[in-house]
Structure formats: C-alpha cells, structure tokens
Ligand binder design. Sequence first.
Ligand code: SAH
Length: 234
Amino acid sequence: MPAMALTPAERNSSEQVQCGGPQKGCGKPLPRVGRKPFLAACAPPGTYPPAPTSPGDEMQWHCHGANYEELISNLQKRGILTSLHAAAAMSKVDRKLFVPATGYAYNDSPQVIGYGATISAPHMHSYCLSLLADHAKPGMSVLDVGSGSGYLTAVFGLMVGETGRVVGVEHIAELVEGSIDAIKETPAGELMDKGRIEVYVADGKLGYEEAGPYDCIHVGAAAAGRMSVICSLM
Ligand code: SAH
C-alpha cells in the first residue's frame, strides 16, 4: 500500500504533495513537480537510487543518455536492449512523460513517482521487454501487473499493435489515473482510444482473468516482501 495516499481533493487543490518515497516515505510536504501533480520526488539528486554495489551493476547503471535516443542507443550498445522489436516500440514512448520533471528522465535509474512507487530503471524495462519480445508480437495479449507509471504498458501496447491487447493492473488509483493521462500523450494513446490498451485499479495478486488468456504476463510489483521484476512466459 502507498505510504501516503492523497484524496482527490488534496491532489487537485494543494500545491503540496506528501512524500511517499523513496524508502517508504518520510511524509513531508513536497513541492509539486513534473507534468502530473501527484508525481512526487523527494530524494535530493544523487541520493536515490543508491550507487551500484556489485561489479555487474555498473554496466547497467551507466546507460544514461543526454536525451532519449542516446539512452536507447546505450542500452542497445551494452547488450541489454537486445530486441529490435522492443527497441522500436520503446523509442516511441518518451520516458520523460512518465517521470517527475527533475531532469533525470534519461538516467538509467528508477525514479520516484509518488505513493511509495517507482518507475523501474530503463535497463530493467529493457531486459523484460527483450525477454518477452517474442510473446508480445502484433496481435498478442499482455498482462502488465503493477503497471505503475504506465510506461511499460504503453511500450507493450505498441509492440502488440492494434490487433493485440494490453491490460495493466495497478493497485494505486492515483497512479492508474496518471498513467492513463501519460499513455494518451504517446503514440500508444491511439491504441488506448481504440480499447487495445486498458489500465485498471486492481490487486495484481488476483491477476485479471476477465481479459485473459494472455500470451505473456509481466509482473513489476512487490513479491515476497521485496521489490522485484519478474517476467513470466505463458
Ligand atoms: N512497471 C511499472 C511500476 C514498477 S513499481 C513501471 O516501471 O513504471 C511496482 C508497481 O507495482 C507499483 O506501482 C506498485 O504500486 C504496484 N503494485 C505493488 N503491489 C501490487 C498489487 N498487489 N497489485 C497491483 N499493483 C501492485
């Protein structure tokens, strides 16, 4: 559950939001940042996420780009974003639209998006999308559990196209609302208008059977008490 959930009234009327992150939230009021008022960042630059601690980490954390194209290119050069199908879709969904306007959109690091949630790091998205690329081809069906910012849901949408279907489930209503707005600002918005991308407030533990069966299920939510990203193939 979010450390600090705002009521719709608070969200719409206040110039302040409560810190819900990065490490379970300090609860302090924060200035609104980013294009969405509820997307709150509270960590001073450089303090979150933590520096890499193991040798393998450095490569992943060093894909930062000066712009989005460079970020994607670095992920490809490092052999992390291996699927051209995934890369083509990713390049159309600017990460900037899904993160607070703190100037770190193209850093290869997770970003706090409020309510104790984060958007995953681009290298994590890249690994998952590349692993799942053969199961997210045009016409296929994807379930994205813990859809959060909606970034990955949008990318999956472009991968499966207008003959496919993507369902995102997220248990924080404010994030669902924001993700829908953000997705609509990308080329995937057209797919959402056509009902090919849907995002619901739901408990991902229950899945989303109504729209199944799925060709693949991506789980980017908490599992067994820790944050993890799991890619499942069906
Ligand atoms: N894939 C997303 C978010 C990753 S963070 C992105 O990269 O933007 C994990 C997300 O899972 C958070 O938004 C969190 O609120 C959500 N979550 C955690 N437990 C959940 C549950 N039981 N059901 C639905 N969503 C859940």
